[in-house]
Design a protein around this ligand. Structure first.
Ligand code: ADE
Length: 248
């Protein structure tokens, strides 16, 4: 039973396809899915596109058409907590939707019909991903990437917030961070797909884990930092981490 590797953008899993053997492709719901083998493991690669609905559709197709057994997301995110810097890696332990607000019918961030506002990642798969992230970071120390400007990248573990919004203003990211923090949710990073995949995987009872490399600080220069990071660094990190995950 295959492991699915999902990203929003092609750069976030670039190169991975070249490592697979026995590849076949199929199209469903306007997306291309690539099956293949890596180190004796059956893998399905998929690009979800951007946003929560696109991510949920992709996850449902993977479940219904490919009978996947586990799903890993690899991509980039904006850093929200002050210590989460460009080039760092966040291994998610939980997800919340920062744009979910059904007050006064439900409490803030609560997804109606579920037990809590947050969705947990699978502990075992997350541990495997954390191990892969640590291996990637120690390799990245040698790459001397100009974009990291001498900063030694770190791996963080914790909560990621998702929403259908690309955050490009420091006051917006500070608001998201401080509101969640005040409610007992110390959020590390923001992106646009993870919580939707976590919710869909919870619906199907499918183990899910996610890793995000920090491409920008979700501030007033995010629109400049994001594209240059995605083009020059994201694919290298993703390839290194996924290879480590599949080999371990
Ligand atoms: N993914 C990467 N950077 C992001 C940002 N600033 N906002 C939302 N998603 C992101």
């Amino acid at each position: 039973m295959p492991l699915a590797i999902v990203s929003a953008l092609p750069e976030e899993q670039q190169g991975l396809q070249l490592l697979l053997t026995h590849t076949t492709t199929e199209r469903h719901a306007g997306r291309t899915f690539t099956r293949g083998m890596f180190h004796g493991q059956e893998v399905v690669l998929a690009l979800s596109g951007i946003g929560k609905v696109a991510a949920a559709t992709t996850t449902a197709v993977l479940m219904e058409r490919f009978a996947i057994q586990r799903l890993v997301f690899t991509g980039v995110a904006g850093g929200l907590a002050p210590h989460v810097r460009v080039g760092d890696v966040v291994v998610a332990t939980q997800f919340v939707q920062h744009d979910m607000d059904v007050r006064p019918l439900f409490t803030r961030w609560q997804v109606p019909g579920y037990a809590a506002p947050h969705f947990d990642c699978d502990a075992q798969l997350t541990q495997a991903l954390a191990h892969a992230a640590a291996q990637c970071i120690s390799a990245a120390q040698q790459w001397q990437l100009p974009l990291l400007a001498g900063h030694a990248p770190q791996v963080h573990h914790g909560l990621i917030a998702s929403g259908d919004q690309f955050i490009v203003a420091a006051n917006t990211s500070q608001r998201i961070h401080s509101e969640l923090q005040a409610a007992g949710y110390p959020v590390l990073a923001v992106e646009m797909e993870g919580a939707a995949i976590a919710q869909t995987c919870a619906d199907y009872g499918l183990p899910f884990a996610a890793v995000r490399t920090i491409s920008d600080r979700a501030d007033d220069s995010a629109h400049l930092d994001f594209p240059s990071f995605v083009q020059s660094v994201a694919s290298r990190y993703a390839l290194e981490m996924m290879q480590a995950l599949l080999k371990n």
